[in-house]
Design a protein around this ligand. Structure first.
Ligand code: MRU
Length: 351
């Protein structure tokens, strides 16, 4: 159990922990409209693939209900319009589209003659189910993954794939914290600061402190040295979208970790729910990569760190080739290569 709630339904609105203010301020936002939810997702107030999916589902309900549709057809039309709008907030995390599709599917499956109030209630219930489902998936991922880290003394992670990034205990960080809690001592986490937006420094270090897990913060450029010195026995990160062949998109800076890990003989693991697997995408080459504003690179904490007008290239994610991944930890178990078959089997098992 964490001492904070990343996302919560509060009767008529969603309560979000504003992650742009952490670690300095623990401040909760009240989200009442789809526009507010779009902005919260776009600005990374709520972030991390699973949390974005949960937020989008609630956002779809809020936006649809606000239009006060009076018939099933009107609920479906409003729902589709709001879903299309929310889908433009961020392009890479597939959980966003997965959650919106699930909500749309619920409306499409309702029998003709269903009243508008009932349809809205079903839409809301689906958002709640997506939320609760993520909690269960995270618990299962943590359980499966902690077994893999039984003998690890040091683990490296990137970005934040913890409770802040999900509705539950997290994915990669959930695994790491579960492993640390089993070990009690002799276990340390190396957390990459994660340039440019510092999710590792601001969020992962904050979560690890809350959980009482020993950790050291490093700049991204120190990770190779950490591996070369034998300080970690595994690298575990989350993912924003996993292609059918196992290629995995995650926060920019993840791919260099996987390359270094292979070089130094350290296993590189991805931890993610099956809702992050995009079975429609054959390989990582087809994963849309978000590019973000130049100011996120030219400024740090609002202060310029580069000459005015400096040109910037700012992809927010990179794609780890499947051949560099030792295993993908999902709620259906630990999947080893070849991933195409393993992921398909896991999907069948999970129903
Ligand atoms: O840009 P962000 O902060 O949303 O990126 C988040 C990540 O890259 C996470 O590692 C990923 O979404 C997995 S979260 C369980």
């Amino acid at each position: 159990m964490t001492s904070f709630k990343t996302i919560e339904w509060k009767g008529r609105a969603v309560r979000l922990l504003d992650q742009t203010l952490l670690p300095g301020r623990v401040h909760y936002l009240t989200i009442r409209t789809e526009q507010e939810m779009w902005e919260a997702i776009r600005s990374l107030r709520v972030r991390g693939a699973p949390a974005i999916g949960v937020a989008a589902a609630y956002g779809m309900y809020l936006g649809t209900a606000r239009q006060r549709p009076r018939t099933l057809a009107a609920v479906r039309a409003a729902g589709a319009e709001v879903a299309d709008y929310l889908a433009t907030s961020r392009p890479t995390a597939v959980n966003l589209f997965w959650a919106l599709d699930r909500c749309r599917g619920v409306l499409d499956a309702l029998p003709e003659g269903t009243g508008a109030a009932e349809a809205l209630a079903r839409l809301h219930a689906e958002a709640v189910e997506i939320h609760e489902d993520d909690v269960r998936r995270c618990d299962a991922i943590a359980r499966h993954g902690a077994g893999l880290l039984r003998r690890a003394r040091g683990v490296l992670t990137h970005c934040n794939a913890g409770a802040l990034a999900t509705a539950g205990v997290g994915t990669a960080l959930g695994v790491i914290i579960a492993a640390a809690q089993r070990r009690k001592e002799g276990f340390i986490v190396y957390a990459d600061e994660t340039r440019p937006l510092l999710q590792g420094a601001r969020l992962t270090a904050w979560e690890l402190r809350q959980a009482g897990v020993a950790h050291r913060l490093i700049t991204d450029s120190m990770a190779a040295t950490v591996m070369q010195r034998g300080l970690v026995d595994a690298v575990v990160t989350g993912a924003d979208r996993i292609a059918a062949n196992g290629d995995s998109a995650n926060k920019i800076g993840t791919m260099p970790l996987a390359i270094c890990a292979r070089h130094f003989g350290v296993p590189f693991y991805i931890a993610a729910p099956l809702s992050t697997v995009d079975f429609a995408i054959r390989s990582g080459a087809d994963i849309p990569i978000e590019e973000r504003a130049a100011e996120e690179v030219t400024h740090l904490g609002g202060q310029p760190i580069a000459p005015k007008g400096t040109e910037v290239f700012s992809p927010a994610f990179d794609v780890v080739p499947a051949k560099l991944i030792a295993a993908i930890i999902t709620e259906a178990g630990v999947i080893r290569p070849p991933f195409r078959q393993g992921l398909q089997r896991a999907r069948r098992r999970a129903g």
